[in-house]
Design a protein around this ligand. Structure first.
Ligand SMILES: Nc1nc2c(ncn2[C@@H]2O[C@H](COP(=O)(O)OP(=O)(O)O)[C@@H](O)[C@H]2O)c(=O)[nH]1
Ligand SMILES: [Mg+2]
Length: 316
């Protein structure tokens, strides 16, 4: 591992402490506590995975896969199931090539999600990241529902040193996007990031609003690549999964951003979301400051989750 990568991995490991305590400690005591692989063993594993927020459906698939592997390979020792289980979880999370294509293309990124999940903060972090990569970024404050929302995004725009296009409180979000597209074109921006209001309580409205905005983009900015990212608060566990499903019904979600992964024991929800919806988790939020956003890599995530201190010497 390169130094940078190792630092990143360590941060991931420490960020997942609570999730690891929640899932992996329980699992390791099952692996140690059972002397043979029987129904009770599988049942206890299943319970631990469900308690760890991996979701009922994903858990069942993981256990079935584990059983098949144990049969095929004539495994007898419960401890040998640890690695098999890790492999099964990784396979469940496989969504093919995770696309970060938009990062390298001229693109428009829509950020949606219910109130308080961390949309505005995440846009600020993304702006900071792209700006550090010397990309030209424009922000659109299309959350015109509250004046404070535009002011909050403006602060992030200043912090990240990028331009922001806003509108009056109550303005039509599509008209803000229209202005932002014009600005992005005029300034030859690489990425236009759009903040939206979190109103899911009226699905039909949201769908209509998004359609209207997409029409503006298609007409005014046909050369841009589209990305619609839904932001979910990891601390809400199963509720985050339910929100992802609802948003997926009204919009073509191309990715998920899981925020507040710092200090939650419910990080296992990343597995459930990716396995059940087949939509990649692209970034995770691990704090409130501008650098607290990481690219998500399922394999690395599972490795960090199952990381043991004694592995350290052999990997260094
Ligand atoms: N600990 C932590 N807090 C976060 C994270 N992302 C956002 N927040 C906090 O969540 C709260 C709501 O964020 P905001 O961006 O305003 O949510 P929005 O309503 O979806 O735009 C703020 O207090 C943020 O600082 C994260 O990754 N970790
Ligand atoms: Mg906001």
């Amino acid at each position: 591992m390169g130094e940078e990568k190792q630092g990143f991995f360590k941060r991931l490991v420490s960020g997942l402490t609570k999730t690891r305590d929640n899932i992996v400690s329980g699992m390791d005591s099952i692996f140690h506590g059972f002397s043979k692989i029987d129904d009770d063993f599988y049942e206890e594993l299943e319970e631990t995975l469900i308690m760890g927020d991996l979701g009922v459906r994903t858990t069942e698939e993981i256990i079935e896969d584990l059983k098949a592997k144990v049969r095929e390979r004539h495994i007898k020792e419960p401890m040998e199931c640890r690695q098999l289980l890790i492999d099964s979880i990784k396979e469940q999370m496989d969504v093919g090539e995770t696309a970060y294509e938009f990062e390298d293309r001229k693109s428009v990124v829509f950020v949606i999600g219910v109130n308080g999940v961390g949309k505005t903060t995440t846009i600020g972090k993304l702006a900071g990241k792209f700006r550090a990569e010397r990309k030209k970024v424009v922000l659109a404050a299309a959350d015109t529902f509250r004046a404070a929302a535009g002011e909050q995004l403006k602060e992030w725009a200043n912090r990240a040193q990028v331009d922001m296009i806003g509108g009056q409180e109550g303005a039509d979000p599509a008209s803000v996007v229209f202005d932002a597209v014009a600005a992005a074109k005029a300034r030859k921006a690489d990425i236009l990031l759009c903040d939206t209001a979190g109103r899911l309580h009226n699905k039909k409205n949201l769908m209509e609003e998004l359609k209207k905005i997409y029409r503006v983009i298609e007409r005014e900015y046909p050369e841009a690549y589209h990305e619609t990212l839904v932001v979910l608060d990891a601390t809400t566990g199963q509720n985050a999964l339910a929100q992802a499903k609802e948003f997926n019904e009204v919009a073509d979600i191309t990715g998920v951003i899981l925020t507040k992964m710092d200090g939650t024991a419910k990080g296992g929800i990343a597995v459930a979301i990716q396995a059940e919806l087949g939509i990649p988790v692209k970034y995770i939020g691990v704090g409130e400051s501008i650098d607290d956003l990481q690219k998500f890599d399922a394999d690395e995530f599972v490795n960090a989750l199952f990381y043991k201190e004694e592995q350290k010497e052999t990997e260094d």
